[in-house]
Design a protein around this ligand. Structure first.
Ligand code: URA
Length: 243
């Protein structure tokens, strides 16, 4: 790993903002290899140096990947004057890490959302050329039939005239006024799923993202809960970082 300044190392590790950690350094709360280090620009080698803050070892990961089960009512943004954002759901430690949502879910959509501070991961996954599969579970205010499945396979023309790529639709339950479906799309146009059903005069009344490529929503996370990506999820994430 490239060498990194001590103040950057500490703030990336979630110890505090750059100015807070500079104070901690000044007040000798930060030690490097067993001795107090009072210079914020000291170069740290993660592989070789042991950094402690208040005598506790600081573990450093340059990039963080968080798996969030997004609740309803929060927006996929980093800050907003009026609305609560997905970043507001995080502990102070993560709020300091300049995380952002990788992709967007509507305010009323729930389910899997990845938060990260890795711009390369975001760039590689959000690129429209990538055609990453994203699956959703939805409730629809009307009947969904085999005909819809065929139309989704052909590519639905949504408002504005855009023809979507073929999408996989499957029906879990369908009655005259209400249906439950699963749908997998390979792109991420604004309100795409809602607009796909609107093209057939139907309204999406509940929408949950259940997967992103091979990362499946962890249903043990309550809505609003999150955790760091586990080993299996990191394998999927690394695939996107490396390509
Ligand atoms: N499609 C939508 O309409 N909304 C979402 O939040 C995601 C996909």
């Amino acid at each position: 790993m490239a060498l990194v300044r001590l103040d950057k190392f500490l703030s990336n590790a979630g110890i505090g903002s750059r100015s807070q950690v500079r104070d901690y350094i000044k007040f000798r709360r930060v030690w490097v290899d067993g001795v107090p280090c009072i210079k914020a620009d000291t170069k740290i080698d993660k592989e070789k140096n042991v950094v402690t803050f208040d005598k506790r070892v600081v573990s450093y990961d340059e990039f963080v990947y968080i798996i969030l089960n997004k609740p309803k009512g929060v927006i996929s943004a980093t800050e907003d004057e009026k609305e609560k954002t997905v970043i507001d759901l995080l502990d102070e430690k993560y709020k300091k890490m300049k995380l952002f949502p990788v992709g967007r879910l509507d305010k009323d959509t729930v389910g899997l959302l990845i938060l990260s501070n890795d711009g390369r991961f975001a760039h590689n996954t959000l690129s429209p050329k990538k055609h990453i599969e994203k699956s959703y579970y939805a409730h629809i205010n009307g009947k969904i039939t085999e005909e819809h499945i065929k139309e989704f396979e052909k590519g639905v023309v949504i408002s504005g005239g855009y023809k979507c790529l073929p999408a996989k639709l499957s029906i879990e339950y369908s009655a005259e006024n209400f249906s439950k479906v699963n749908i997998t799309i390979k792109e991420g146009k604004y309100h795409q799923i809602k607009r796909m059903f609107e093209a057939f005069g139907r309204k999406v009344v509940y929408l949950k993202r259940t997967s992103f490529d091979d990362i499946i929503l962890d249903e043990t996370l309550e809505e609003g809960e999150y955790r760091l990506a586990n080993e299996e999820e990191m394998k999927v994430i690394k695939k996107f970082i490396e390509n």
